[in-house]
Ligand binder design. Sequence first.
Ligand SMILES: Cc1cc2nc3c(=O)[nH]c(=O)nc-3n(C[C@H](O)[C@H](O)[C@H](O)COP(=O)(O)OP(=O)(O)OC[C@H]3O[C@@H](n4cnc5c(N)ncnc54)[C@H](O)[C@@H]3O)c2cc1C
Length: 415
Amino acid sequence: MDATPLSNGARVVIIGGGPGGTGCALALQNKAAQMGRRIQITILEGKRFSGEHHYNQCAGVLSPPLPELLKTRLNVPFPTHLGYIEIPGYVLHTGKETITLDGDEHPSTALRRIQFDEYMLRTAQERGIAIQTARAVDLEFHPDRVVIYAENATLEADVVVGAFGLDEGTAALFARHTAYRPPDALSSVVTKYHPESDSLAAFGSHIHAFLPAHPHIEFGAVTPKKNHLTINIAGRSVDATHMQTFLADPQVRAALPSPEQPRQNKRADFQFYKGRFPCSKARNYYGDRYVMVGDAAGLVRAFKGKGVTSAVLTGIRAAETILQTGISQQAFNDSYRTANQDILRDLPYGRAMRQLTIIMSRFGLLDSVVRAAQHDITLQRALFDAVSAHAPYSEIAGKVLQPQVIWGVLRAFVS
Ligand SMILES: Cc1cc2nc3c(=O)[nH]c(=O)nc-3n(C[C@H](O)[C@H](O)[C@H](O)COP(=O)(O)OP(=O)(O)OC[C@H]3O[C@@H](n4cnc5c(N)ncnc54)[C@H](O)[C@@H]3O)c2cc1C
């Protein structure tokens, strides 16, 4: 297949209207206008975010450089009107120890993800991108086009963008027609808690992150939102029982305001929701006339954090490849893969960090790390970067694997 970029009148169909899909659509729209080309862009999104009918599972923590990406690459203002709170830092709990990690000049923000998704999709629509509320249910790849069968229409496109997250049905659809294979995933259980407003204020605006010595729970978090707390756990196969165990953990109960109160509280409190995080790269996430972005590609930090930012970023990079290099496997290999080297290079470090964390938490060794970090600013910074997802894992490993840091941890272990 020839590798020429899209020309005037070309059509792009994007399956999925989460941050990866809307990021890609808005970048295509902007870039095509700058290049003086007319491209017809359609997003197929099966969920209705307006009216809060459906949602994408998320704690709603949006990390830098997302505001910058929205502003400079998509010309979209950060939705400050959605009532977000600034996250100044984290309180890390490791079984027996606790440490507060502060000090970043670019804090993350926490808002309701459903409102963010609705904002992005509405902005895309206002800019002339067609939004169809329907699921893609089948595909055909032809030498000159892709046919996308949706629940309400049949569409044809020069290229299809897979922005469908970890939707297993849609992944199976692509796997049937292409060499694409979805990423491995961790499962997650999420719940909400609405304490009284004074208790919520007393909780503060730090995220509490937990690395418990539990064989199934890899990590847990309590995230303050404008009017509630979002609580989530993650692991290979966590379920409702693991969430109950987590909520009963003395360290978690001590962190939550008035833990006895919620049962008589708001109706939705402690209903459990299920979600998944990618923890590896997808295989063959691009080919002739298709490219995956965000979770569908597994192009996120392995282990922890920044899924929304990575989805928008990889959506922008796919759009640039489509308009500047082309839509063949070769074009995506030359341009999209290269553009994502920052994420790809860091994946092995993230995986190693995840394994090390699992082993250390099982044996209670993370407590020594936290004790050592109380007196070591380099280690504190490395922990902040790991928990906040603000720095690549390769950089964090460089900070942690210094002789004086290792020596400090060993001393804390024997003391
Ligand atoms: C419990 C939990 C908490 C998280 N918390 C955070 C956080 O605080 N901060 C953060 O940055 N990331 C967080 N993440 C990760 C983040 O949610 C994802 O990385 C991010 O949503 C990926 O964006 P995406 O656009 O690739 O996919 P998604 O956001 O999953 O969007 C995919 C969209 O595709 C649609 N779709 C799927 N199949 C079809 C089809 N066949 N036809 C039409 N539409 C289809 C879906 O309806 C969906 O809207 C969390 C994840 C989980 C599970």
